[in-house]
Design a protein around this ligand. Sequence first.
Ligand code: NDP
Length: 274
Amino acid sequence: MTDQYAVIGNPIVQSKSPLIHGAFAKATKQDLEYTRIESPLDGFDAAVLAFRDAGGRGMNVTAPFKLQAFALATDHHEAARIAGAANALKFDGERIAAQNFDGVGLANDIERNLGLALQGKRVLVLGAGGAVRGALSPFLVRGTAEVVLANRNVATAQTLARQFGAQGKVTPCGYADLAHERGFDIVLNGTSASLKSELPPVPAGVFADAALAYELVYGKGLTPFLRLARNAGVPRQADGVGMLVEQAAEAFEWWRGVRPDTRAVIDQLTVPLV
Ligand code: NDP
């Protein structure tokens, strides 16, 4: 029987996950079907349990349900525990296992697809929301020299720096503190500002030494952040499409025990940065 998987969110029509997992299944000859489920905002648990009870094997979870998915799960893998949020679930009888592959997907994209080892790098991260929380540990275990964490709400950045400080150097700050900062190898926009075509208040000087500017938002072309980086002379810009496909590959392997190749799918989904 064909195994059933789904991505759940609200809204969900925009999700690329069915396309990605469909391509992975075809390439690896896995007999599975992957659909979209739009859950009512107040009906997440019921929607997940109904899918599972109908024979579903696993789900991806997207906004705004990652915290609820974590709460619903009975077993929490470390990355989900660290993030306090789940972006993938696996069903086994009554048990619901939670994972979070966003952070490892981002780190894999930077290292494997963009060819930049994180070891020894000084990274400026803008934003301190859920995606950044999930990325900190994968960055620090890969040996970043320092992660400078800038957020509008500095207290949130300070909380994350305290939480992750034992794993490596994390320096919290506000945007005003970046006025004279230089020497970042990677500048990463982990805010949601680009969804509204906004630019975090980041001074162009932070790009002076950067080899890569990375935007977590994907499919929007040259966002204000990437434009600023390009104009400041950063040789390489990337959006989050590689992160999206890499986290999907992690989930696919977790569910199916087979590692899909990501290159062709990334190429298919890439929107040119113009
Ligand atoms: P959250 O809502 O948890 O966090 C949003 C963050 O953005 C906060 O730090 C917030 O700052 C900051 N922010 C929002 N607007 C602005 C602005 N105009 N200027 C400066 N800072 C701003 O979101 P997530 O962490 O879950 O997601 C962040 C982005 O990453 C989203 O756009 C999402 O689409 C993308 N994403 C991409 C993925 C991929 O696979 N490529 C996976 C997951 C997320 P403050 O705390 O001060 O309000």
